[in-house]
Design a protein around this ligand. Structure first.
Ligand SMILES: Nc1ncnc2c1ncn2[C@@H]1O[C@H](COP(=O)(O)OP(=O)(O)O)[C@@H](O)[C@H]1O
Ligand SMILES: [Mg+2]
Length: 314
């Protein structure tokens, strides 16, 4: 059994029914319309999951989401019930025995019916948006201003939705595609909420010397009818964070989180960016863990080990 397989097997020791295994998260049925979302330490590069895990990455994604949702109190309704292991055990007693497999890396959330649109907001032209713009001057078929260079700030943030592909790559769609799928009223709501949360993120990140270049939100319908912000929120996996002091338009920007991995893989001429991916040396793994811990500390002002779990209504 390979290391990645043994890692996945270990995560399955959580004593609940596994509903979904995503690229990064394992989602379990926690009863009473709740899910336990366990963030693994898996890391991907060039859309391939690498064989080595990055210790503490899952914890950082989970606790950072909790920190952001705490900061968004009163701004948006969301799915999070708790990230506090004691509280989670109190709410789902059967999780006590498997605690080591999920504690600190897991969110107990309301089970929703996800909206099948990824709500991306871009403040800068990068990634798939840059690729499309470079070839056709558009984003999801809609024109952007002429003469933009890579990583340039847009005149105003753009709502840039994508389909949530069950397999394969997400595809950018125009706003009219969201209207077709969700109806006009909900499409407008998704766009407004996404802008509001993005602006909130930009403001807080800016105070920490970080550019929130773009990010992806997901929303879901609760059985009680509310539209909730779901999934991870403003994490390095769902967003591009760029260090402001190294920002230079006209090129791709260094990534606050994955740069050690990218640098290592870029130097490897022997890998064609298709599976199977190469092993990461220990030093690269260690450096990447340090990056995730640093992002947490920089954004929240608190070391991960000193972080007090916020409490949410349930
Ligand atoms: N509150 C929620 N209710 C239902 N589904 C959710 C909720 N929060 C997140 N999800 C879904 O759980 C999955 C999280 O796993 P992830 O590893 O991110 O998967 P993916 O590879 O599909 O992105 C996503 O499909 C996301 O849409
Ligand atoms: Mg995801």
């Amino acid at each position: 059994m390979s290391e990645s397989e043994s890692m996945i097997a270990e995560e399955q020791q959580v004593s609940l029914k596994l509903l979904h295994q995503g690229k990064v998260r394992d989602v379990y049925d926690a009863g009473e319309d709740r899910l336990l979302m366990v963030a693994s330490d898996r890391i991907s590069a060039f859309d391939v999951i690498l064989p080595q895990a990055i210790p503490r990455k899952g914890e950082v994604l989970t606790q950072l989401t909790a920190w952001w949702l705490d900061s968004l109190r009163g701004v948006v309704d969301h799915h999070l019930l708790s990230v506090d292991p004691d509280e989670i055990v109190a709410l789902v007693p059967s999780l006590a025995e498997s605690r080591a497999a999920w504690a600190e890396r897991s969110m107990l959330v309301h089970h929703t019916k996800p909206v099948l649109v990824e709500c991306v907001v871009r403040g800068y032209v990068s990634g798939s948006a840059w690729k499309e713009y470079r070839t056709s001057g558009t984003l999801a078929g809609e024109p952007l201003p002429e003469g933009l260079i890579e990583s340039q700030e847009l005149p105003a943030p753009i709502f840039s939705p994508a389909t949530k592909a069950q397999t394969g790559h997400d595809e950018n769609i125009p706003f009219s595609g969201v209207v077709e799928r969700q109806g006009e009223e909900e499409a407008n709501r998704l766009r407004e909420l996404s802008f509001t949360i993005y602006r909130h993120g930009v403001t807080l990140a800016k105070e920490r010397g970080i550019i929130l270049a773009d990010t992806k939100f997901e929303f879901g319908h609760h059985v009680d009818g509310r539209l909730l912000l779901i999934d991870e929120v403003l994490t390095p996996d769902s967003s591009r964070f760029w260090p402001r002091d190294e920002y230079e338009p006209g090129r791709g920007q260094p990534s606050l989180d994955k740069q050690p991995v990218r640098d290592f893989l870029d130097k490897l001429t022997s890998w064609d960016k298709l599976p199977p991916p190469p092993d990461l040396p220990d030093a690269v793994v260690r450096e990447t863990t340090a990056r995730y811990l640093e992002i947490f500390q920089r954004m929240t002002g608190t070391e991960l080990d000193d972080f007090q779990h916020p409490s949410f209504e349930h």
